[in-house]
Design a protein around this ligand. Structure first.
Ligand code: HEC
Ligand code: HEC
Length: 473
């Protein structure tokens, strides 16, 4: 897989080196870094690799053998944590070293590489619709959050402006009530104002968090780059991933979020949203069109009742179905064909040592480095490896949970946030509370607490290397 020279090593293109160019890893002649580097970059440690490590550790205990030290990826201060790596490798999910890696055409916000002319035309038509501002005549409101998808998902189109929105509800006797009859759990913070119609004149006002709510949480807008790949992962792959996690590392295992696909009535693995509450991009499009913009469509035909008061809908100036589903299909096209974030091609010092430490202390147990898609009619999405650094499963995050029960997720459960594209972001975590990547790491609780503690115990050089690695994503 790699050829060594006197000063460093060169990696061929592949999932371990997705920028597709040879990468020089500094420090071949630095013993500390040599120790920190994992011996295998693509195949990683599957079950066989883990078995070999157990044997090596046992061998070391028996003979205390000096010559085996360099084989075990352990920085001096992290010895007790040497076995925290339970990363599920993409080959265990069905990929082979020959499976192609999905790429983006151009920069962030561009389409997937390898689309044909008809697919490119669909991407562009979808992007136009995604950025189009809807009006009251188009059916926006009566209450809504913004006039277009791109108002929140921008910089570039499809990304995130950092806009947060509010969810609320009430916890009574350990049971979460989304307060639907008071307009929950999602608050709509805009309204269309005064309307005059057959039922008379009425002024719609933005919703507020009602006094009976005792839970209130912010949600940060997530970027949408590469989500067509996530959409193209078969449910069976996520179920297999959850089983492998439970087998390798029960303490950090994830749980699939089982939800209903509205179009078919089938039970599916949810993977979109902070709580993995939605199973497909198509469903999220209809859901967002209704809940963010107040535009109804075939799968979401019922208007949101302002502050939960459905009686007020007699004043709705556009009571019929607002869209026949065409827009929903176009948003879906755009998001499906939107390319994934590309690794930052700048050579960042110590990034490889940082990635090794990231795995060693158990971050990659949940932030799964690579996944593989199943069959897709779009060739550029079909049977491709991609690197989201997420398992898209739910984890009990303890005090980092947002207190909202939604879809298949409990109040403390959150979807592992994908780390691709992290370098383009400025705020982190579901509510945007973290202003730095390190603050985000230090907020991990529940199943993430042990990895956080190991991160805190790393020596400062390796800790900085972990942040360097994350800055390449
Ligand atoms: C008011 C801001 C806002 C608007 C407008 C908006 N979104 Fe979002 N979007 C969000 C937020 C916030 C989230 C995270 C939601 C959550 O998990 O509860 C999100 C999440 C998503 C996701 C899931 C991404 C992931 O990481 O899993 C998709 C897909 C999406 N939006 C599509 C759309 C589409 C399509 C539109 C237009 C019809 C739209 N959004 C309009 C704020 C917005
Ligand atoms: C038990 C699973 C788990 C482990 C282990 C874990 N994380 Fe996370 N991580 C999560 C979840 C879940 C979130 C989303 C938290 C939220 O909803 O606010 C997250 C969020 C993040 C974020 C913020 C991403 C964003 O989009 O805002 C960063 C950065 C991060 N993790 C880095 C790490 C690092 C570094 C480690 C190792 C020290 C680690 N994580 C270990 C589950 C995990």
């Amino acid at each position: 897989m790699r050829a060594a020279n006197s000063r460093g090593i060169f990696l061929p293109a592949g999932p371990g080196n997705p920028v597709g160019q040879n990468e020089w890893i500094p420090g071949e002649d630095n013993p500390a870094l040599r120790e920190a580097r994992s011996p295998n970059l693509y195949i990683g440690r599957g079950a066989a690799g883990r078995g070999a490590i157990v044997v090596l550790v046992a061998g070391m205990l028996l003979v205390g053998c000096e010559t085996q030290r360099a084989t075990i990826a352990t920085a001096p201060t992290a010895k007790p944590d040497a076995d925290a790596d339970a990363t599920v490798d993409v080959t265990e999910l069905g990929a082979t070293p020959q499976t192609p890696v999905a790429k983006t055409n151009g920069t962030l916000g561009g389409p997937l590489a390898g689309l044909d002319a008809a697919e490119l035309a669909r991407f562009e038509a979808g992007r136009d619709d995604f950025a189009e501002e809807e009006t009251v005549d188009d059916g926006i409101g009566p209450v809504f959050n913004e006039h277009s998808c791109a108002t929140c998902h921008d910089a570039p189109v499809g990304g995130t402006t950092g806009r947060t929105e509010t969810r609320f509800g009430r916890m009574i006797g350990g049971v979460f009530d989304p307060l639907t009859e008071r307009g929950g759990s999602l608050l709509q913070d805009h309204a269309i104002g005064m309307v005059a119609g057959a039922a008379g004149t009425f002024t719609f006002v933005p919703e507020v968090v009602p006094p009976e709510a005792n839970v209130r949480a912010l949600r940060l807008t997530t970027p949408l780059f590469g989500l067509g790949l996530v959409d193209a992962v078969p449910d069976a792959a996520f179920l297999a991933l959850a089983r492998l996690e439970a087998f390798y590392s029960p303490a950090t295992r994830g749980r699939p979020s089982m939800v209903t696909e509205i179009g078919t009535g089938a039970t599916r693995v949810g993977r979109f949203g902070w709580k993995a509450q939605v199973p497909t991009l198509h469903q999220f499009s209809g859901d967002a069109y209704l809940n963010e913009m107040g535009v109804t469509s075939p799968e979401f035909p019922n208007e949101n009742c302002p502050q939960g008061d459905c009686g007020l809908l007699v004043f709705n100036p556009q009571p019929g179905l607002n869209n026949d589903g065409t827009d929903v299909d176009r948003f879906t096209d755009f998001m499906k064909l939107l390319g994934p974030p590309q690794r930052n091609p700048d050579r960042v010092f110590h990034a490889q040592a940082g990635e090794n430490a990231f795995r060693r202390i158990g971050c990659a147990n949940c932030h799964t480095p690579a996944l593989v898609t199943g069959y897709s009619p779009v060739a550029a999405l079909s049977h491709k490896v991609f690197q989201p650094y997420s398992d898209f499963l739910l984890h009990d995050m303890g005090r980092l949970g947002d207190g909202i029960a939604q879809g298949g997720a409990g109040v403390r459960e959150m979807r592992t946030a994908p780390l691709w594209g992290l370098s383009a972001r400025t705020t982190y975590l579901h509510d945007g509370r973290a202003r730095s990547v390190q603050d985000a790491i230090l907020a991990h609780g529940g199943q993430g607490a042990d990895a956080r503690a190991r991160y805190e115990r790393l020596n400062p050089v390796i800790r900085a290397a972990v942040l360097s690695f994350l800055s390449t994503l």
